[in-house]
Design a protein around this ligand. Sequence first.
Ligand code: UDP
Length: 368
Amino acid sequence: MKQYDYLIVGAGLWGSVFAHEATQRGKKCLVIDRRNHRGGNVFCENVEGINVHTYGAHIFHTNDKEIWDYVNSFVEFNRYTNSPVANYKGELYNLPFNMNTFYQLWGVKTPDEAKAKIAEQVKEAGITEPANLEEQAISLVGTDMYQKLIKSYTEKQWGRKATELPAFIIKRLPVRFTFDNNYFNDRYQGIPIGGYNKLTDGLLAGIDVRLNVDFTTEKDTLAQLAETIVYTGKIDEYFDFRFGALEYRSLQFDHEVLDTENFQGNAVVNYTDAETPFTRIIEHKHFEFGTQPKTVITREYPKEWTTGAEPYYPINDAKNDKLFRQYKELAEQENHVIFGGRLAEYRYYDMHQVIGSALKKVRVHFGD
Ligand code: UDP
């Protein structure tokens, strides 16, 4: 008889949902994390009374009522709607691409005028079947928009030419012929009132959690503690990088407290030119309509992932996806180990997708 039914490696959203659901089913869980806090990348630090998104902006959105009800059963969500502003060399544009943006760029006032302008530019570019991000973007919104709002932002973000990136990345963003600055099409959207830690604390309530514990270095002892391991870390690291390392895009966050009440008037401002070294500035208080006397801003600098850096975005190109499939095959043969989450599945997951993936795995595993 081992002490725990499940050892959950990683206290992020995937691991926390699994731990919660297993506990609800009468199982005993131990959650470990190599960091000194719970919540993985949704963790927030309170600075000057403001919940600072330590690992970058997290905005919850979903179309799935079940997932929305699930998160709301732990914490109430506010009515925050993401409407980023793009700053291109001092010119401001609304995002995502919508009638406001088309008006700001071309002075067009009706959907027909905007569509005609885009059609003219797509025709000039001569793209019939978009084969990469650049071609996909131009065929969606035309050359002007691509040049000012997409090309340099994308190339900074990914450290690769837009012609070398998969088209699906840009398909995440809506293109709308209405005056609607909502960045997402999803039915439900918001930020937990009081911050994301309330969500992870709720999920992990009553569950044993040990922080500053590194599974990789203490694998043999830790594995003795439980019948089954639930692993949410990097899949290549689990197998000691035996086929080579999967690539990621990493980020550096420079947080700054400013002695001003309102720095930029919006939670998210993207800098879409090539010269500005960061991609965006986040002003955290606006996620929760904060009225604190000070403000906290974060400049986000993309960088290449190297060992020791945080792996944020998987690079789902052909080469890496192939390597991932090799690791996945090994994972499928591993007895008593369940793999899940953004790092173990090597997927560009949003939060609602992480929760959906964990709940699905729970149902399959427990057969309910
Ligand atoms: N993007 C862009 N300009 C912008 C914002 C986004 O070109 O001002 C592109 C860019 O390629 C980015 C992708 O759209 O990687 C997805 O953006 P999203 O905001 O969904 O990325 P995330 O918030 O996950 O970093």
